[in-house]
Design a protein around this ligand. Structure first.
Ligand code: FMN
Length: 173
């Protein structure tokens, strides 16, 4: 990818994934992209799970109803532990979810940069997932990333081009 803006604009939510397996070294790079992310006060309250075994994939698939989750050869889950996160002293704001979102965003962009595809899945049953993976209980779970090679028929959805006009999002003051 030539430059960051091209990467960011070119990425889209891939909702058709092939079942072709992903080389382990690429999965390790995605983990590394998450691990090098900044976090508030450098507290690093984030945990990333790489889900690859048939048994674990079966469990994660039961917590969200998306066809592309069923074909993905690997799934990442991202969460953060509020008790380990920085809290802003002025107003008590806990930065756990923000830290997790930065980690997740870096992973999502790395997935695209590697020629793989994913969709950030936030619509899943977090309580069910925690029941199936008790080690996740202390964490706010914010993302699942089913990862694989985009299927031949994968295309951006209509929403990919649908962004508010600049004046609604940006205020120049
Ligand atoms: C925090 C977050 C949660 C999301 N959750 C889901 C989801 O559960 N299912 C889904 O199909 N897409 C989900 N998406 C993808 C968005 O729908 C998508 O990013 C948006 O429509 C823009 O399309 P694009 O990613 O192709 O540019 C999520 C995206 C974000 C950032």
């Amino acid at each position: 990818m030539k430059d960051f803006l091209s990467l960011a604009k070119d990425r889209y939510s891939v909702r058709r994934l092939s079942e072709k397996s992903v080389p382990q070294e690429l999965l390790e790079k995605i983990l590394e992209a998450g691990r090098c992310a900044p976090t508030a006060h450098n507290n690093q309250p984030v945990r990333i799970w790489l889900i690859q075994s048939a048994e674990a994939l079966e469990k994660v698939r039961s917590a969200a109803d998306f066809a592309f989750l069923k074909t993905a050869p690997a799934v990442f889950a991202v969460g953060s532990e509020p008790s380990a996160a920085w809290v802003r002293p002025y107003d008590g704001k806990n930065f756990a979810d923000i830290d997790a979102a930065i980690v997740a965003t870096q992973m999502m962009l790395e997935i695209h940069d590697l020629g793989l595809g994913t969709t950030w899945v936030g619509h899943f049953d977090a309580d069910k997932l925690k029941g199936l993976f008790p080690e996740m209980i202390p964490y706010n779970l914010i993302a699942l990333f089913p990862v694989g090679y985009p299927a031949e028929e994968a295309r951006p959805s209509r929403l990919h081009e649908d962004r508010k006009p600049e004046e609604e999002t940006v205020k120049r003051i």
